[in-house]
Design a binder for this molecule. Structure first.
Ligand SMILES: Nc1nc2c(c(=O)[nH]1)N[C@H]1C(S)=C(S)[C@@H](COP(=O)(O)OP(=O)(O)OC[C@H]3O[C@@H](n4cnc5c(N)ncnc54)[C@H](O)[C@@H]3O)O[C@H]1N2
Ligand code: MOO
Ligand code: MG
Length: 410
């Protein structure tokens, strides 16, 4: 059976990222949070825009003050006051200074700022009580960024710090990738929505609610197609509709070997190429992954119906797929941390085994606490309030309490 690593490589290799020309839209900077930049940004502004003061104090000529001390202060004539936002009017001549404030433009011929705590002012004269370093407390034009060079590359997520830079560079509108569309539906005669009364034998379609949330959290737009009966004709219609209207399709259920598990057969009838039929992992073994090479670039994930299996396969394979497809250049892969396990963890050793729980910070170090209760893939109750998955590799039957384990945040 295919290993998790090989399955991941096959899937990521099938992903065709959104096109930097066609799959973009213009958004206002205020609405750009967490979107992916599609075009590199260059600014015509230098940062800082001009030489300016880093302190409240006095702008001086270094040569006038280089030997100053409290015993023998240089005494300079104050010719101008320059608050932030004003353009200086005077050129500083030998023996002169300007009163200046943080962020204000340096006057011509001044090259150094003395912070006011190192001075004494008497009317229009300032006494410099310390020798500064040359050019001290001057932020020089273009020291942080030179106009015309690349400010931000394409493929990055617009975080608060990136948005601050774009605002400062006066980019009120941005070209970002459109959000990937992810069609989601659940299969099963036993399923009802959270609002419908439960009849004997029925259960709530919790997968669709969870998957919709995960899709949104991954930066994509869910297209909810509802609950589909285990009826091959209806299922074929829904799958055909989904693959025509989305970048990724997620179904849950119907991928195992039962008499009512139709997904793989219908995919074949729709000329899909099935790349994965099962993966050596637990939960999640019957995962199906397909595409439609003669039709379009949509990727189909037939997630197993058991609630834990659907979520674990989403976290492990679908989330990195959405991120790669969305235009994100880096950082879409799951990140594993090596941490101490608080609890003993067990596996049958045959499959790569995922178990859920919480990462807690103990004295600055993460520690994994396994959720109490059943880790059967049919139990979703103890998934609530977890924030991490721990992984036992194939062949590892026991991780003792206190031993290191690989964990990813969820
Ligand atoms: N003979 C075998 N039986 C099974 C095998 C196997 O290898 N041989 N694999 C087991 C494993 S592992 C899994 S996982 C499941 C996967 O089953 P399906 O993907 O075919 O899913 P269903 O049979 O439709 O449902 C399984 C289970 O999950 C519940 N379910 C389904 N959809 C939802 C939903 N949207 N929300 C909540 N719960 C859902 C469903 O009621 C069933 O209880 O197959 C094993 N069997
Ligand atoms: O893989 Mo199933 O997902 O073990 O229950
Ligand atoms: Mg089944």
């Amino acid at each position: 059976m295919l290993s998790v690593k090989d399955a991941e490589a096959i899937i990521l290799n099938l992903v065709q990222p959104l096109d930097e020309q066609q799959d973009t839209e213009i958004v206002d900077l205020w609405a750009a949070s967490d979107r992916i930049l599609a075009t590199p940004v260059t600014s015509s502004l230098d940062f800082p825009h001009w030489d300016n003061s880093a302190m409240d104090g006095y702008a001086v000529r270094y040569e006038d003050v280089q030997h100053s001390s409290s015993a023998q202060p240089a005494v300079l004539e104050i010719v101008e006051e320059i608050p932030a936002g004003y353009q200086p009017q005077f050129t500083i001549q030998p023996g002169q200074a300007a009163r200046i404030f943080t962020g204000a433009v340096m006057p011509a011929e001044a090259d150094t700022v003395i912070m006011q705590e190192k001075t004494r002012q008497e009317e229009n004269r300032v006494f410099i009580l310390n020798a500064p370093k040359p050019q001290e407390f001057v932020r020089h034009k273009a020291a942080f960024y030179q106009a015309g060079t690349q400010l931000l590359p394409a493929g990055i997520k617009l975080t608060a710090q990136n948005i601050a830079v774009l605002a400062a560079a006066q980019c009120p509108q941005l070209c970002v990738y459109r959000r990937p569309r992810v069609a989601i539906f659940s299969t099963g005669d036993e399923l009802v929505t959270a609002e419908q009364p439960l009849q004997p034998g029925q259960i709530v379609d919790s997968n669709q609610y969870a998957l919709a949330t995960l899709v949104k959290e991954s930066g994509a737009e869910p297209l909810l197609l509802g609950i589909v009966k285990d009826d091959p004709v209806v299922l074929q219609e829904i799958i055909a509709h989904a693959i025509a209207n989305a970048d990724i399709v997620l179904s849950s259920g119907g991928v195992s070997v039962g008499d009512y598990d139709y997904v793989d057969k219908i995919l074949e009838s729709l000329k899909a190429k099935i790349h994965i039929r099962s993966v050596a992992m637990k939960p999640g073994k019957p995962l199906t992954v397909a595409n439609f090479p003669t039709y379009n670039s949509v990727l189909y994930f037939g997630l197993p119906g058991n609630p834990a299996s659907a979520l674990v396969t989403f976290w492990r394979f679908v989330q990195p797929t959405i991120k790669k497809l969305s235009g994100l250049a880096q950082g879409g892969e799951l990140e594993f941390l090596l941490v101490r396990s608080h609890d003993e963890l067990r596996s049958n050793g045959k499959f790569e085994t995922y178990t859920w729980g919480c990462l807690h910070l103990i004295d600055g170090l993460y520690e994994f606490y396994q959720a109490s209760g059943s880790h059967s893939s049919g139990n979703l109750i103890n998934l609530a309030q977890t924030n991490a998955l721990a992984v036992l590799p194939v062949g590892k039957v026991l991780i003792s309490s206190g031993e290191q384990v690989l964990v990813c945040k969820i």
